[in-house]
Ligand binder design. Structure first.
Ligand code: MN
Length: 438
């Protein structure tokens, strides 16, 4: 399974100059994958790797003779319009390509003259979904979010008794997941104000974002064969940013007894770049539940998971209103948090998902649930920031928001940093709310 190796060396630099900039998300230690083509072209979508402000076109790179040590099947798979085949090949293949790319992109590499022709500026490309997402599951792994939301929906009983035992999740909708840049119409649905006798069909008035990470499954498992916690990380291809759009008024009316449905299925947006699990190796953290809480059942527990199961990924949410766009004001930060606060690790989510024999497939997406941290300003949704709509937020330009308005744009960013490692980032995921269809 992915470990620290020469590709993480913070001293590495690249002959792609922009990759050596202090503030790039994509230094040579990152090497995330996306599916792209030149903007407004009729080219085929294919796989690329980010390096500085460039995309290395893996199809073009595969046509050179420099990708030594990488299987032909892996090189071929990178020419396909989705990453599913490449994901299915398993981590030794992902890792071999990462190592080769790290070596050929390094300062002084003899491959520079051949690979320069395979670079395209990121400003000149467009992205599609990185893979066909067969199934999307959304977890609920922040105990701070679960407690805050629970206390709004059920003041007398905020955290249900199963929470500290079961990585809670539900089966979400894959068809409405889109890549960054998504524009969607404010959803309509059944809404029942607390004092009304009957619900009405109306545009959502409490439209909200959810700050999440997405976990992409690489190699899957055979139905009936659960993934052991010790093997779980080897099945994870990588992580992206995920905005799990939510209609809170629809959710409040529909969620009992079977959980979220139409309040969640109208749109979800992901960042184009998948940062591989291997790239995240320097940012692993110890994982534990508080001593007074139940400890995970044995199938959700391992020495490795306790030592390194956590991931310290910094996250932030930015809002741009139509007024801010007009006056060319910078988007304003709504919250910041970290994935290290998660009550369950990525490996535990994978293992729990399959413990009943459920088969995961290459390209399946697991949402982590809203990543709220312990402090109020670390809340990962408007629902929490505005205390259920009771406390409007005042923005720097004087505008107020309790939930999101038409024309609002939400951007999420994520990055990892610590002493002794190169800063790596996830880029961003951005989406815009259009008025409800009449
Ligand atoms: Mn969610």
């Amino acid at each position: 399974m992915p470990q620290l190796n020469e590709t993480h060396d913070p001293a590495l630099t690249s002959w792609v100059e922009s990759a050596n900039s202090k503030d790039t998300d994509f230094p040579i230690q990152n090497l995330p994958f996306a599916i792209f083509r030149r903007k407004d072209s009729h080219e085929s979508f294919r796989a690329g790797v980010a390096i500085g402000d460039q995309v290395l076109d893996l199809q073009a790179a595969g046509d050179t003779d420099i990708l030594t040590g990488v299987s032909q099947e892996a090189i071929q798979a990178c020419c396909e319009p989705t990453l599913n085949h490449f994901m299915s090949l398993g981590w030794p293949n992902w890792s071999a390509l990462r190592l080769t790319l790290s070596r050929v992109l390094r300062t002084g590499s003899g491959a520079q003259s051949k690979l320069e022709r395979c670079l395209i500026p990121q400003a000149e490309v467009e992205y599609s979904l990185p893979c066909t997402i067969g199934d999307y599951t959304d977890f609920y792994s922040s105990i701070y979010h679960a407690t805050a939301v629970g206390s709004l929906f059920r003041p007398d009983n905020p955290l249900l008794p199963n929470y500290k035992w079961v990585p809670i999740g539900y089966h979400g909708r894959a068809s409405s997941i889109a890549v960054s840049g998504q524009k969607f119409h404010r959803p309509k649905g059944q809404i029942k104000p607390p004092d009304a006798e009957a619900p009405v069909l109306a545009p959502c008035k409490r439209l909200d974002y959810e700050l999440e990470m997405g976990i992409f499954i690489g190699s899957g498992n055979t139905a009936g064969e659960p993934i052991n916690i010790d093997k779980a990380e080897g099945h994870i291809f990588g992580l992206c940013l995920l905005n799990d759009w939510s209609a809170r008024d629809m959710q409040a009316w529909e969620y009992q007894p079977l959980g979220p449905f139409l309040a969640k299925s109208f749109a979800s947006t992901i960042s184009p770049w998948i940062v591989t699990f291997e790239a995240l190796a320097p940012f692993r953290t110890a994982f534990s539940h508080p001593a007074e809480d139940p400890q995970p059942l044995p199938y959700l527990s391992s020495e490795h998971n306790s030592e390194k199961g956590g991931l310290d990924i910094q996250l932030e949410v930015l809002l741009e209103t139509p007024e801010m766009r007009q006056t060319e004001e910078k988007p304003t930060q709504l919250s910041q948090s970290s994935f290290r606060h998660s009550y369950w690790t990525a490996a535990q989510m994978v293992t729990h998902h399959t413990v009943n024999g459920c088969n995961l497939q290459p390209g399946d997406l697991l949402g982590t649930g809203t990543q709220s941290g312990p402090k109020p300003e670390e809340a990962g949704s408007m629902l929490e920031l505005s205390q259920g709509g009771k406390q409007p937020l005042t923005l720097p330009n004087g505008e107020q928001r309790t939930f999101l308005e038409d024309g609002d744009s939400i951007t999420m960013r994520g990055w990892c940093e610590k002493d002794g490692a190169a800063h790596i980032g996830f880029g961003h995921v951005q989406s815009l709310i259009l008025p409800a269809n009449s």
